[in-house]
Design a protein around this ligand. Structure first.
Ligand SMILES: C[S@@+](CC[C@H](N)C(=O)[O-])C[C@H]1O[C@@H](n2cnc3c(N)ncnc32)[C@H](O)[C@@H]1O
Length: 282
């Protein structure tokens, strides 16, 4: 049986788009017996069903970690912000995997999924923003944040977004072993896609390209809230990882997006949709 270790009682529901809390609870009732049937029965797009189910594509990062980054089978890996778990499960098939999430309901889904897939994984309900991760220094050989850094400031209204993100990166550095690898999968602020009107986290055209103050004003007009899902340029990520003490920083492009990558390759492209940023703790 897969257990969820409660390391935070803070009740904050990070919405797993497009599942609101009530829909997630309904999903869990079916997922308890059959996680895939529960997803296939959702009244949502095929894209989103595939987004949850497709472990081959959504878990491609696990294969990349083994083949390109030479992370050996059985290494201790931490997946921060597991969501509905396609990557967690792919990682757990190769590595000794622990996963965290601030959302207890989505962790329950991952628990059922892991049990039915007969995969072993340690799950932790955490809140990285409240006193850090519940792990000792130097606990993991590799740490993955796949589509999470941009969300970490969402639940907090007063703290500055970049400060929360930097605090998170420093916490990753702390729990990573010496010679360990940090892997950040995230969108590029200056992706060509945003110039032609596609959107990343907020469905507001050009919002990522705007100066932050203007983005705040536009976001407040459209949603009633500040803009808090900051993403950065290639130079921005390099500087942030350096400030968190990571070394040997390398950039890979995940095409067409890191969420459903067809391929992942080393890149110098300043306008890629997404990057896999890799840093070492030396
Ligand atoms: C867009 S989802 C990505 C999920 C998963 N990594 C994937 O690629 O499918 C973002 C996840 O990060 C989680 N999250 C956001 N802030 C967090 C925090 N401070 N600590 C732990 N998890 C967090 C959310 O609950 C959500 O499940």
């Amino acid at each position: 049986m897969v257990m969820i270790k409660l390391r935070s009682r803070q009740n904050f529901y990070y919405e797993v788009f497009p599942l609101r809390e009530k829909e997630m609870k309904d999903l869990l009732k079916i997922a308890r017996k059959n996680w895939k049937k529960a997803v296939l029965g959702l009244k949502t797009s095929d894209y989103f069903k595939d987004f949850i189910i497709n472990e081959k594509v959504r878990g491609r990062l696990a294969e990349f970690m083994e083949k390109e980054l030479k992370i050996t089978k059985g290494s201790r890996v931490l997946d921060v912000g597991a969501g509905t778990g396609p990557l967690t499960i792919a990682l757990a098939r190769k590595f000794k995997t622990s996963s965290t999430d601030a959302n207890l309901l989505s962790l329950k889904f991952v628990k059922y999924r892991a049990e039915q897939e007969k995969v072993k994984v340690d799950l932790y309900k955490t809140d990285t923003l409240d006193g850090g991760l519940p792990f000792k220094e130097q606990s993991f050989d590799a740490i993955v944040m796949n589509g999470v850094l941009e969300w970490v400031a969402m639940g907090l209204q007063k703290e500055k977004v970049k400060e929360v993100q930097m605090k998170t990166l420093k916490e990753m550095f702390r729990v990573l072993k010496k010679n360990g690898t940090f892997i950040l999968a995230i969108e590029n602020r200056f992706a060509f896609d945003w110039f032609r009107g596609k959107t990343s986290h907020m469905p507001i055209k050009f919002i990522d390209l705007m100066p932050r103050k203007l983005a705040d004003i536009v976001c407040r007009i459209k949603t009633g809230k500040d803009f808090r899902t900051y993403i950065y340029s290639k130079f921005g990520y390099k500087k942030m990882l350096e400030d968190a003490n990571f070394k040997e920083i390398e950039f890979y492009e995940a095409f067409p997006t890191y969420q459903k990558p067809q391929w992942i390759r080393k890149t110098r492209n300043l306008f890629a949709n997404s990057y896999i940023v890799v840093g070492k703790k030396l």
